[in-house]
Design a protein around this ligand. Structure first.
Ligand code: SF4
Ligand code: SF4
Length: 463
């Protein structure tokens, strides 16, 4: 009697997994709660951050803004310039190393809980479930012929998806064009060509990726799923089915003769990528843990211990006595050390970044000039780049050349975020003991903050 029932169930699962869209059954549990917690956290930050203002240098601006036109990145009180590219590169390296570390520890945890694809697919399928009904109702609706009811339901769903996609695009572009300026132009359909392009592109991208493609992105398009295996080792924890405990599976449980898996198929029905975790580790698995929630409920009902499906490493499942704690694994140590080094480099670079950059150029017209008083003069152009958000006075001095002094103006004002070229003339006595090219230093210091100082090497030419 077991075989026909099992075959029917298997046929149903195959239908669910292979035909049309995957409509996963909703499930409650700790991993589902964690997943929605991450959706709320990431989306509160994403949709909310662009509305926060920041007061700086007597004016108010958007706290987080990528001002491409003026080549500035505002992060609350911090303003980064193209000269800070090293810092931005370090942020990317830190993010990549953290991802490697998390993957080595617990597989595709990022995919299951924080990847934008997962987050937006969760939001879009939540809307779908509210309008079309549970997974069975959605399967029936998809399989049924077109009717007025089906047309109305589908139109309502796609309209809501479009609204979410458009608002996501407005928010995204609002990090590049101040959102309070952007929104009225969107409402009036008067955005600039670049904003219009990115709004349409990003809205369409969100709609297609999260609404239409959803799990296909994780299965066929995401490059990370293909190379994540490089970071795995037998001690990496993943969502895994305890085969030793579960097999032989049977829907007629008999103590001592069958395993704990009652072959109910619920773990497959809740899987957003439509796989059967009992088939072993698969690249389509995004480690979302929903099958753990589902199976734990089944175990609770049949009075078996929880954790038939759980986060466990290959070693912990097959040979628990050989399982090593994470802190003894060389791979984890290497990733953690690299992460610490890169974070240290990032902090050091941030601490030591100068709000003043200076270029010293010699005057190409005349190498030197002899004055009526018998002094030798050299002319220079100094390019003062003020990277702060306030106008600043800078004082120029010379050192390292005996008797050298600035002739004329020594104090120059540079506007915030601007490059001010200034002409500086340096005079030195004609000294018979020195001749030719002599080394000299320019020191440029902010008048209001002595810690902002740049010393640049240059030279002074004597006859
Ligand atoms: S939910 Fe658990 S008991 Fe049911 S089929 Fe999956 S592994 Fe077996
Ligand atoms: S197998 Fe489990 S953990 Fe993997 S994607 Fe499916 S539900 Fe999520």
């Amino acid at each position: 009697m077991d075989r026909p029932v099992s075959k029917v169930r298997e046929a149903k699962l195959e239908l669910y997994r292979k035909k049309g869209n995957i409509h996963a059954k909703e499930v409650t549990g700790r991993f589902n709660t964690l997943r929605w917690g991450m959706v709320w956290l990431t989306q509160t930050i994403f949709y909310g951050l662009c509305w926060i203002n920041w007061e700086s240098a007597g004016s108010v601006r958007q706290a987080v803004l990528f001002d491409i036109a003026h080549e500035k990145l505002y992060l609350f009180g911090l303003v980064l310039w193209p000269q800070d590219a090293l810092l931005l590169a370090l942020v990317l390296i830190i993010a990549a190393t953290a991802l490697f570390l998390v993957t080595a520890l617990a597989g595709r945890l990022f995919c299951g809980f924080a990847c934008p694809q997962t987050v937006y697919t969760s939001i879009f399928t939540w809307i779908e479930a509210r309008i079309e009904g549970d997974h069975l109702a959605r399967l029936r609706l998809d399989a049924g012929p077109m009717s007025l009811r089906k047309l109305l339901i589908k139109t309502a769903k796609h309209s809501l998806w479009a609204i979410v996609a458009i608002w996501t695009a407005v928010t995204f572009v609002g990090y590049f064009t101040p959102i309070r300026e952007l929104l009225p132009t969107v409402v009036a359909l008067k955005t600039g060509p670049w904003e219009a392009f990115w709004l349409i592109f990003y809205a369409a991208f969100t709609y297609v990726q999260a609404g239409l493609a959803r799990e296909a992105v994780c299965q066929h398009m995401c490059p990370y799923s293909r190379f994540q295996g490089v970071m795995f080792d037998p001690a990496t924890s993943n969502v895994a089915y305890d085969r030793q405990r579960g097999e032989p599976r049977s829907n007629r449980r008999q103590a001592g003769q069958t395993g704990d898996c009652i072959d109910c198929g619920i773990c497959v029905q809740v899987c957003p990528t439509g796989i059967d975790i009992r088939d072993g580790l698969q690249y389509q698995c995004i480690n979302c843990g929903l099958c753990i929630d589902a199976c734990d409920q089944v175990m609770e009902k049949i009075g078996a211990p929880l954790g038939l499906i759980r986060f466990a490493s290959e070693t912990a499942l097959v040979a628990p006595e050989k399982h090593r704690p994470w802190y003894t694994r060389p791979r984890i140590g290497a990733y953690a050390a690299l992460l610490l080094i890169f974070c240290g480099m990032g902090v050091w670079t941030l601490e030591h970044r100068s709000l003043l950059l200076v270029d010293v150029l010699r005057d190409r017209g005349a190498l030197l000039r002899e004055t009526a008083e018998g002094e030798i003069e050299n002319a220079y152009t100094l390019k003062l780049m003020n990277l702060s958000e306030v106008p600043r006075d800078f004082i120029v001095r010379v050192a390292g050349m005996p008797g050298a002094r600035i002739v004329g103006e020594e104090r120059f004002t540079a506007e915030p975020g601007s490059i001010r070229p200034v002409s500086v003339t340096v005079a030195a006595p004609s000294d018979s003991s020195l001749s030719g090219i002599q080394p000299m230093l320019f020191s440029i210091q902010a008048a209001d903050d002595r810690s902002i100082e740049v010393v640049e090497k240059s030279s002074f030419i004597l006859p």
